[in-house]
Design a binder for this molecule. Structure first.
Ligand code: NAD
Length: 436
């Protein structure tokens, strides 16, 4: 059972800045644009190219009426945004969350474009989402919602056009419904229209843990370069879903003491280190990691723990100008998309933390999604070891490319990753030329 915080729990810092901190713009699209602007400055992009690359190519907003189990009808709003198709079909997850907005989806789509370019796979970026608290819907209602949303956005989907994948609160089962619904509209089965599917339906070995595996490899690269042996270090993971739970497991397997994890209900802390086996059991049986034995902490407190490695693996905008001065981790590995605001980024860097940016740290997911798409198109499926070794090689090479770009421009890893990615997308865009 979880206990209330007591004297042994990490006390949140009592230090407060003397003057109140001006409110920060937490609109993710605004900070995606600021990040892009920094890279564009380094690359000396002209105004026209900046405008092209900062706008999404297509934005689709759909109404999704579904019949609830009570027979009442409710209408939800859904989005699909394609940021770029310069380097190939657009690719990006689908999020079900009450906080989904068009600007959030636009930001996530733009980050997908840069992410695919960082790992050098032939995709552009897209994202989709529905503004819904899907945890309050039954399984049947989730299925009707997913199927109707898929039919509404089917006009822009296709294995050679736009390929969704899982994101927050969507699972391989949701991907199976998308694949089936899209196939029904075509009259034949199209495996490659969506990735993150169950293995029995053309999914790839290793896709489920791919985001976390890539994140772990990136942490390993960062630690090596800092001459920090992972064994014996400490870590905290915010968000215990697909990305976070597997990162925590990989860290534990590498001898890292994972002292805190959290989910939407809050966090749990044990300075001796949590056992992921027990956290998984608590999550499965009691619905939350907070049912694990340990001391309860808040999600905000977790971010400020005195750990070596911090893994934000939930939502964007959690490390801000306000709390960044109190973040003590030496490595911040962004398993989530957009967890750090640009102002917070500057503060973390000036405090000496290494931030592994989202477009590198969580690129393992889209990398294995690419492998899944290739396997679906060839109808030839790889062994788990083949997937794993291709993934590891891709992330280590991308890390080196990013670190080298950052070194060359005397900047941080995020700006290095963006310079690399924006440069690649700009090159393709320029060579293709402007139609008509
Ligand atoms: P998920 O639905 O599997 O898990 C989300 C987790 O976050 C859950 O444990 C949930 O309880 C927790 N959570 C929700 N709100 C929270 C809050 N306010 N504070 C703390 N925890 C909260 O989602 P996921 O697929 O693991 O995605 C998590 C992050 O990783 C997102 O930013 C997503 O875009 C990113 N990401 C996911 C993938 C992927 O392949 N699934 C790939 C790349 C990036």
């Amino acid at each position: 059972m979880a206990t209330k915080r007591n004297a042994t729990a990490p006390a949140p810092s009592r230090r407060r800045p003397a003057a109140p901190i001006a409110p920060e713009n937490l609109n993710p699209y605004e900070f995606a644009l600021r990040q892009f602007g920094r890279a564009a400055d380094f690359l000396k992009l002209d105004a026209g190219t900046r405008e092209v690359l900062s706008q999404p190519k297509r934005q689709l907003i759909v109404s999704i009426p579904i019949k609830l189990d009570s027979k009442k009808i409710r209408v939800f709003t859904g989005y699909r945004v394609q940021h770029s198709i310069a380097r190939g079909p657009s690719k990006g997850g689908i999020r079900f969350h009450p906080g989904v907005t068009l600007d959030e989806v636009k930001a996530l789509a733009m980050w997908m474009t840069w992410k695919c370019a960082v790992v050098n796979i032939p995709f552009g970026g897209a994202k989709g989402g529905i503004t819904v608290d899907s945890k309050k819907l039954s399984m049947d209602e989730n299925e009707r919602l997913t199927r109707r949303y898929t039919s509404e956005i089917a006009i822009v989907l296709g294995h050679d056009r736009d390929i969704p994948a899982p994101d927050v609160y969507t699972t391989p089962q949701h991907m199976a419904w998308i694949m089936d619904t899209f196939s029904m509209t075509q009259g034949y089965s199209t495996l490659g229209v969506v990735t993150g599917k169950p293995i029995s339906l053309g999914g790839s070995a290793g896709r489920n843990e791919a985001t976390a595996e890539g994140c772990f490899v990136a942490i390993d690269e960062a630690a090596k370069r800092m001459r920090l042996p992972l064994k014996g270090t400490t870590a905290a993971v915010q968000g215990y879903g697909n990305a976070g739970s597997h990162v925590a497991r990989f860290l534990e397997e590498a001898g890292v003491k994972v002292v805190a994890v959290s989910d939407s209900n809050g966090g749990i802390f044990d300075k001796k280190g949590l056992r992921m086996e027990l956290v998984n059991a608590a999550k499965k049986e009691r619905g939350s990691v907070t049912a694990t034995r340990g001391e309860k902490i808040t999600n905000a407190e977790l971010l400020e723990l005195p750990v070596d490695i911090l893994v934000p693996a939930a939502l964007e905008g959690v490390i801000t100008r306000e709390n960044a001065p109190r973040v003590k981790a030496r490595i911040v590995a962004e398993a989530a998309n957009g967890p750090t605001t640009p102002d917070a980024d500057d503060i973390l860097r000036s405090n000496g933390a290494v931030v592994i940016p989202d477009i590198l740290a969580n690129a393992g997911g889209v990398t294995v999604s690419y492998f899944e798409w290739v396997q679906d198109l060839y109808s030839f499926f790889w062994d788990p070891e083949v997937v794993r070794s291709h993934l590891e090689r891709t992330i280590r090479r991308a890390y080196e490319d990013v670190a080298e770009t950052a070194r060359r421009h005397d900047t941080d890893l995020r700006t290095g990753a963006l310079i690399l990615a924006v440069g690649r997308v700009e090159e393709t865009t320029r060579i293709r030329g402007l139609f008509p």
